[in-house]
Design a protein around this ligand. Structure first.
Ligand SMILES: Cc1cc2nc3c(=O)[nH]c(=O)nc-3n(C[C@H](O)[C@H](O)[C@H](O)COP(=O)(O)OP(=O)(O)OC[C@H]3O[C@@H](n4cnc5c(N)ncnc54)[C@H](O)[C@@H]3O)c2cc1C
Length: 227
């Protein structure tokens, strides 16, 4: 059955990514890492659903999404044009891309809005796992595309076991950040005793998995969500 939620806040995270906050009609309980499937009600002839990962704290009454507005994209543009107070209908929470507890340190790797589930997962893990080393590698094209830099930098100050690395694939002169794609920055994070969580585009995930398999990282240590 479809659930309902009201749009209560909307803001630009970057020039093509919008963050939405919703208040669900009924209790909304999710595990960080899960997503919802939104019914895109744009009155076209055929129905359509689009999946969006939940990016917020599971203890909040509201929930948030972080959506890249894709050129000519049906779902992302419909969402982006919603007015405050509008209602969405959705299925979920769904998905099994959540933290699988074990003894390994963790490396999170994402590109673009692939950071959404990690924004929900990482603070929860850091609260529970004081000894585990947790790394986040965020890949974007340019500095203005970086998502949640302040949020994760502050987590890095609060938790000594957390490190946050941004890498830019399209701004070679920017000396404030690591350069290159996430895959070009993986070398020092390759370790068969790490768990890897990947989220982003299919090619990024496939490239990472290829590098992992060449470096004897086992499939059971790799978890991913393809957008
Ligand atoms: C589990 C999961 C979680 C996800 N979480 C997120 C998230 O947190 N944030 C996020 O931003 N995205 C997320 N996504 C991706 C999201 O579901 C959508 O795929 C994305 O928003 C694009 O949908 P759209 O309807 O806007 O674009 P679509 O209409 O699907 O179009 C996608 C692209 O194809 C092109 N296209 C469409 N139709 C045609 C055509 N006929 N000919 C040529 N080109 C065409 C469009 O121009 C566009 O570039 C997630 C996906 C999955 C599977």
């Amino acid at each position: 059955m479809l659930k309902k939620a009201k749009l209560i806040n909307k803001n630009c995270a970057t020039n093509n990514v919008t963050e939405f906050t919703f208040l669900a009609d009924e209790d909304f309980i999710f595990t960080p890492g899960q997503f919802i499937n939104i019914s895109i009600e744009d009155k076209q002839d055929f129905p359509c659903f689009r999946a969006y990962s939940i990016s917020s704290d599971p203890k909040e009454k509201t929930f948030s999404l972080c959506v890249k507005v894709v050129e000519n994209g049906r779902g992302s543009n419909w969402l982006n044009n919603l007015k405050l107070g509008s209602t969405i209908r959705f299925l979920g929470p769904i998905g099994n891309f959540y933290y699988k507890q074990n003894k390994n340190d963790i490396c999170f790797i994402c590109t673009g809005t692939g950071i959404a589930p990690f924004k929900s997962m990482i603070p929860e893990i850091l609260k529970a796992e004081h000894k585990k080393k947790v790394t986040l590698i965020e890949g974007v094209r340019t500095q203005k595309d970086i998502l949640y830099e302040k949020f994760f930098s502050e987590l890095g100050k609060k938790y000594k076991n957390f490190s946050f690395l941004v890498t830019l694939s399209g701004e070679p002169d920017n000396k404030n950040y690591q350069q290159g794609r996430v895959t070009q920055n993986l070398e020092k994070y390759l370790n068969p005793n790490l768990d890897y969580y990947l989220c982003g585009t299919k090619p990024m995930i496939e490239d990472c998995i290829k590098i992992f398999s060449e470096n004897l990282i086992k499939k059971e240590n790799i978890f991913f969500e393809k957008f």
